[in-house]
Design a protein around this ligand. Structure first.
Ligand SMILES: [Zn+2]
Ligand SMILES: [Zn+2]
Length: 658
């Protein structure tokens, strides 16, 4: 028997815990192929010990490996970031001398910031760049990674006269610098990238915008080119159709048409003023939250909008979150900050009275107003604003109570999803990263591992779909971002849910145990309905402005056929109003057809048409928005049915037989 050549093997651990042996120096692509050819065709990047890697990068030690496809956020991000390189290659070919800053993936695609000197990219150029990108993609050029000593990298970009990449190099050290080349384009980049350009099958450049270098308006303005790419033409077509639908449902357009909110230059950017119709929605949402929270044992509190610097030093928001806070106000020799979170105020309420284990869980809730500094370029309708109203609450509990409390919070989310017809959702569990303890994360290695395990267990036990992401936790504990999808398939990050083992200590929060010891409570931060701003923005798109009757600013419009029936119309409306129905009369001297059309446009759920016959019989002819006539009813019967629909908070009409 010939001697067996000794080979070095490494252990690869898969997400399900299975361990397989591979040759040292194997790649994630090799691993994918060993599983199946089908998987190898779909795989885009790999998670190696929690970091996203190129599929072609050799793995030389034991590692945990997760293979990412287009369906994973990491896969999409890698795909889109690689597409940014492809776009840069096309642009460089057409605009020689262009200099590039950064090209990250974003929510729906990617962008690249570039300095075109005195040249300009026009809408027509976009089509040409797209065409060029398609040609380049077809060449199947591999993305090749090369490690580069710092001195050599500096030499390369000095020769190119590229001050942007030289600036990036300043903060990098030997061993951290990699170059990637595909086709004729070489870039300083940390990676990772897809194996080759051939995977990019469909390309759409979506926007040209200006962006100050490093987001600072004192700096030069660069050109930001946005695009989106897909692994098939079908997916691009679906995406474009969805965008078309989203345009019709744009919350900024509907918000204006339906009188929901406004903004004003004299008030300032990102500061929403809720108009009467929007305020009705807000009050209905708060009513829902109050009922739900009261049933779940929460108590309500009210806190001021500002606090002294010392509180935010204790909480750690200063200096960690100083960037997202408004600058301080000085008075009486003290600095005061507008609050960017409600937590510290709630901690102070907890601390105001001594607590024993009998007082826990202690749950306090508030629709809290918070202020966050967002750069003006980042502001967007109701989605990114500077003043928010948050469905906030904090639960202070013992370790033994944690599982039950956290499970109850998750159930509250699910209850809301059901009410709003949200069928698709995922919880993103963000974990810490051990090498950043003491910097980005509180230095409590054991507590991190313990808490993360507790959260994971509850998520598994309650059968909630979730994904885990490394290195995105809050600084005081693991974080769960709740992602939801609107009816037309657009993704929204609704809210975060956090577990906190650290703030309790910083604020010296305590309770006495049954054997008279003192302990620090765990804190759960939760906001299932997110902020009014983002949630109402979502609802407007989700329902295309056609809110269910319980949320509709005007629930019923009474439409007299002519002035002769105006008094009867008013009697009907008054009767409804006495039963807390939001009813109005269209008393304009217009034809009934126009009255109906206008009411339809305002998306009022019910129209009651009244004429001779209705008046004589004390009845109303009922029309449902978007449906048409649903029959003639006695006023009392209509009232009873609509009341039921409102109380049940359903979006199924009580008048339409399915
Ligand atoms: Zn790159
Ligand atoms: Zn909080």
């Amino acid at each position: 028997m010939p001697p067996v050549k000794k080979r070095l093997m490494i252990n690869i651990t898969f997400p399900d815990g299975a361990i397989r042996q591979y040759d040292r120096g194997t790649t994630a692509m090799g691993i994918a192929k060993s599983i199946s050819e089908g998987l190898a065709r779909k795989v885009i990047a790999a998670g190696v010990n929690g970091q996203v890697w190129d599929l072609s990068r050799p793995i030389n030690e034991d590692a945990t490996v997760k293979l990412y496809t287009w369906n994973d956020a990491e896969g999409k991000n890698t795909f889109w970031h690689s597409s940014a390189h492809l776009m840069a290659e096309a642009v460089e070919g057409m605009f020689p001398g262009v200099k590039f800053w950064v090209g990250p993936p974003v929510e729906n695609g990617f962008y690249y910031d570039m300095d075109l000197g005195d040249k300009k990219i026009t809408e027509e150029d976009l089509v040409a760049i797209e065409k060029k990108m398609n040609e380049l993609a077809k060449k199947n050029s591999p993305y090749e990674r090369k490690e580069m000593p710092k001195a050599e990298a500096i030499k390369y970009f000095t020769a190119k006269g590229d001050e942007y990449k030289l600036d990036l190099l300043q903060n990098l050290n030997d061993g951290e610098i990699t170059f990637y080349t595909q086709g004729n384009f070489t870039d300083l980049c940390r990676g990772p990238h897809i194996p080759n350009t051939g995977l990019i099958k469909a390309i759409k450049l979506t926007n040209i915008a200006g962006a100050y270098w490093k987001g600072d308006e004192k700096n030069k303005q660069l050109t930001r080119l946005y695009g989106v790419t897909f692994p098939s033409q079908k997916e691009l077509d679906e995406y474009l159709a969805m965008l078309e639908e989203a345009k019709k449902r744009d919350h900024r357009k509907l918000g204006k048409e339906l009188g929901i909110y406004t903004m004003d230059d004299d008030v300032g950017p990102g500061l929403i003023m809720w108009m009467p119709n929007g305020t009705v929605i807000i009050e209905e949402l708060e009513k829902l939250a109050k009922e739900t929270e009261s049933a779940a044992g929460y108590k309500r509190v009210v806190t001021p909008h500002i606090a002294k610097e010392s509180m935010y030093l204790t909480s750690g928001h200063l200096p960690y979150y100083a960037d997202s806070m408004y600058p301080p106000m000085e008075m009486e020799g003290e600095k005061y900050y507008l609050k960017s979170m409600n937590c510290p105020h709630h901690h102070k309420i907890y601390a105001a009275e001594p607590k024993s284990y009998r007082d826990l869980p202690y749950r306090v809730a508030e629709y809290g107003t918070v202020y966050r500094y967002e750069q003006s370029g980042e502001l967007f309708g109701l989605m990114r604003v500077r003043c928010l109203h948050m469905n906030d609450a904090h639960i202070y509990c013992t370790k033994d109570q944690f599982e039950e409390e956290f499970r109850a919070v998750n159930e509250m989310y699910l209850k809301y999803f059901k009410i709003f017809g949200i069928d698709k959702y995922v919880m993103r569990l963000s974990l810490h990263s051990a090498d950043k303890l003491g910097k980005k994360y509180v230095n409590e290695p054991e507590l991190w591992v313990q808490t993360e395990a507790m959260v994971r267990e509850v998520l598994i036990n309650s059968n909630i779909p979730f994904v885990e992401v490394q290195d995105e936790a809050a600084f005081y504990g693991p974080k769960i971002d709740v992602q939801i999808w609107s009816v037309i398939g657009r993704e929204f990050t609704l809210a975060t849910n956090q577990v906190d083992f650290s703030q309790g200590r910083s604020f010296k929060l305590q309770y006495t145990t049954p054997d008279n010891q003192t302990e620090t409570p765990l804190i759960i931060h939760r906001a299932p309905l997110g902020t009014h701003e983002r949630f109402i923005g979502f609802l407007l798109e989700h329902y295309a402005g056609k809110l269910p009757v319980w949320l509709a600013p005007v629930q019923v419009k009474v439409l007299p056929i002519s002035d002769k029936f105006l008094d009867y119309a008013k009697t009907v409306a008054d009767k409804l109003k006495k039963s807390d129905i939001r009813a109005e009369v269209d008393d304009r001297n217009e034809k009934i057809g126009k009255k109906i059309r206008d009411t339809e446009l305002m998306k009022v759920p019910y129209m009651l048409v009244v004429g001779e016959k209705e008046m004589n019989d004390n009845k109303v002819a009922v029309r449902r928005q978007g449906v048409g006539d649903v029959g003639v009813f006695a006023v009392e019967d209509f009232l009873f049915k609509i009341k039921t629909e409102i109380t049940e908070r359903t979006d199924v009409s009580a008048f339409v037989v399915k």
